[in-house]
Write a protein that binds this ligand. Structure first.
Ligand SMILES: Cc1ncc(COP(=O)(O)O)c(C=O)c1O
Length: 630
């Protein structure tokens, strides 16, 4: 059997493998609109597709790639799709993706300058551009890291070094044992990656002072001041620009004031929120951010650079370098022209040349393009929230600050069920969370590809999920029977999409006009055999209100905007009456007629021999005495 391991890629026909890989990649990208956003295979299926014994022999690289693509395909989540709204995840800008491919092909080791001169300079340039774009001070140092988690680690290592040095302690030399106690103040709604970075640095949970947050998940600056007033010594404050659920921003100016008063190091977790600084319309949200001592954020989120890509910035390059740099005799560092040594700034030793993709993203978008990207995705988030607000039972938990929307439906169980249905539909992917002790759904719009169409499709998936869940929710709950209770509808009512209900009514009535009355719209709908399934009158009124329809329609011949997106109930037409069949040799069929009215005589007369459908029976009405009476 032919082996391939000794044959370098360049000695084979590189176009054979890479060309085919490009075809597979393009095929995947083109399939995004059609494929479900979620994966379609279970973990067991994926294990059996990808698993098996360790191969004993080498294989044709082309076959390996094709097999891998085939086996992995059902386990792929369509993250680059414009309808992926989970966590806080961007897509890949074409220029950034292509540069990332080149990074792999070039395979530079971006540790020491000598292993990747172009990589080092690309990082130098892109790092400076980013600093300008986000309004950071000109003298900052920076490091390209895998993500915000490692950026925290880098920044907080610099913070620890700096505040302890000011207190007369060399932590790099002596470690933490016996050092002056560090005061680390964090917000109650901080991201988990902050705690994790601090843990790596020897600062455990017990060493944290948690500053309470307000209802919108922002650190209370007043409480921070109080917490600091209780002691002295080296202090680090971790503030946040963009809370992961709500997108809320701490009051960075007020926090920077407090930090300045006590000489504390101010670190900002701006994983995605710091990008607000790139938009003139949103820049006010990060007012005061430039006064911080360190900043951590991602480029694989809002800049839409492929994973993994984040940055750490530090206003104290000496502390940054002292905390991170490394030396070994065999390393070749520095040289003519004083090159930037990535190794001095990043905690990794050998590393991927991440700067190329960031460089390409910034070059392809430019300052204006980044601002447009941020503004556009925020506008999509607002549009989504507006659409959601029109769905029955939807509760927006906070205002939309930037690109994050937080909402729920009815109770915890219904919220999770709606989310599950949407994800299972494959139309969109979002994740759940617990906020203020209640289950919620969080949506994040970060992808450069998300369009109005994507928002409409995702809203459609929610509408369908809510229609299904709300109806069964109303049934499950012991709702006292009332005009809006599904139980009051009696049998024969079924939920139908609003559009079908309205269309059906329109067909029956010709036009869809409001009656000349001041009765609630729902009463009018009921008269026309269209009903809301909402469990409560309040829900119904909210649904109508959100749809833009007056809950009361008193206008003269005014068209009622019913909000086609709302679920309605419609009763299917009664089955057509058929004259009873006479069995051969049997008695004459009895009349199906229950044509009773107060004017019995007329009813009797009308049914005598006429094979029409029975008249409407009423409870307790006398039965017809005619031979056709049931
Ligand atoms: C506010 C915040 N901080 C930190 C992180 C961690 O970022 P990464 O996953 O890139 O390490 C996230 C991730 O979503 C985040 O939202």
């Amino acid at each position: 059997m032919k082996t391939h391991v000794s044959e370098p890629l360049c000695a084979q026909d590189p176009g054979r493998v890479l060309g085919r890989t490009a075809e597979i990649a393009v095929g995947w990208l083109r399939s995004l609109d059609r494929r479900p956003v979620r994966e379609s295979a279970t973990v067991g299926e994926l294990r059996s597709r990808l698993g098996g014994p360790l191969p004993e022999r080498s294989a044709d690289p082309l076959a390996v790639v094709e097999d891998l693509a085939r086996a992995a395909e059902p386990g792929l989540v369509a993250i680059p799709s414009g309808r992926y709204f989970g966590f806080v995840i961007g897509g890949g800008l074409p220029a950034a993706v292509a540069a990332d491919w080149l990074t792999t092909i070039w395979d530079q080791c971006a540790g020491p300058y000598v292993c990747g001169p172009a990589a080092s300079v690309a990082e130098e340039v892109a790092g400076a551009w980013l600093g300008q774009l986000l309004g950071l001070p000109p003298h900052v140092s920076f490091a390209f890291v895998p993500g915000c988690q490692t950026a925290h680690l880098t920044c907080l290592a610099a913070a620890r070094q700096h505040v302890l040095r000011v207190a007369g302690w060399d932590v790099e030399e002596r470690g933490l044992a016996g050092s002056p106690p560090l005061r680390v103040l964090v917000g109650a709604q901080r991201h988990a990656s902050v705690d994790r970075a601090l843990r790596f640095l020897g600062i455990g949970r017990a060493g944290l002072t948690v500053v309470p947050a307000d209802g919108a998940a922002r650190m209370r600056a007043g409480r921070l001041r109080e917490a600091l007033a209780g002691g002295d010594g080296p202090a680090i404050i971790c503030a946040q620009a963009g809370e992961v659920n709500t997108g809320a921003f701490d009051d960075l100016d007020a926090i920077a004031d407090v930090a300045a008063e006590v000489g504390a190091w101010l670190h900002i977790d701006g994983a995605f929120g710091l990008w607000a600084a790139a938009s003139p319309a949103l820049r006010h949200l990060v007012s005061g951010a430039g006064r911080a001592d360190s900043w951590a954020f991602d480029t694989h989120k809002w800049l839409n650079v492929p994973y993994d890509s984040g940055l750490a910035y530090c206003a104290h390059p000496d502390a940054h370098r002292a905390a991170i740099s490394v030396f070994a005799d065999y390393l070749v560092l520095g040289g003519p022209g004083e090159p930037r040594e990535p190794m001095d700034w990043t905690p990794a030793f050998s590393r991927r040349a991440r700067g190329f993709a960031v460089y390409a993203a910034l070059k392809s978008l430019g300052r204006q393009g980044v601002a447009d990207l941020v503004d556009r995705t925020c506008a999509h988030a607002r549009a989504f929230a507006a659409g959601l607000a029109g769905l029955p039972g939807c509760e927006l938990l906070t205002e939309v600050v930037i690109n994050q929307v937080l909402f729920r439906f009815g109770d915890d169980e219904t919220t999770d069920r709606v989310l599950r249905r949407v994800v299972e539909s494959g139309e969109a992917w979002l994740s759940g969370t617990t906020f203020g002790g209640r289950r919620a759904i969080r949506l994040s719009v970060c992808n450069w590809q998300t369009s109005e169409d994507d928002i409409a499709r995702a809203l459609g998936a929610f509408r369908a999920a809510v229609t299904a869940c709300l109806f069964s929710w109303s049934r499950r709950r012991a709702v006292p029977p009332g005009p809006a209770s599904p139980d009051a509808f009696g049998s024969g009512w079924r939920p139908v999409p609003a559009r079908a209900a309205v269309e059906s009514t329109r067909r029956r009535l010709g036009t869809w006009w409001a009656p000349r009355s001041s009765k609630p719209v729902s009463a009018a709908l009921r008269r026309w055999r269209v009903r809301f399934p909402s469990a409560s009158a309040e829900l119904r009124e909210r649904a109508l209100g959100a749809a833009g329809a007056d809950a009361r329609c008193g206008g003269l011949g005014r068209p009622v905007r019913t909000g086609l997106e709302h679920p309605f109930m419609i009763r299917p037409p009664r089955p057509a009456w058929r004259p009873p069949r006479r069995r051969p040799g049997g008695p004459a069929p009895r009349c199906g007629c229950s044509a009773m009215s107060s004017r019995r005589r007329r009813a009797r007369a009308s049914c005598a021999g006429s094979p029409g459908p029975p008249r409407r029976p009423g409870p307790g009405w006398p039965r017809c005495a005619c031979p056709r009476a049931a």
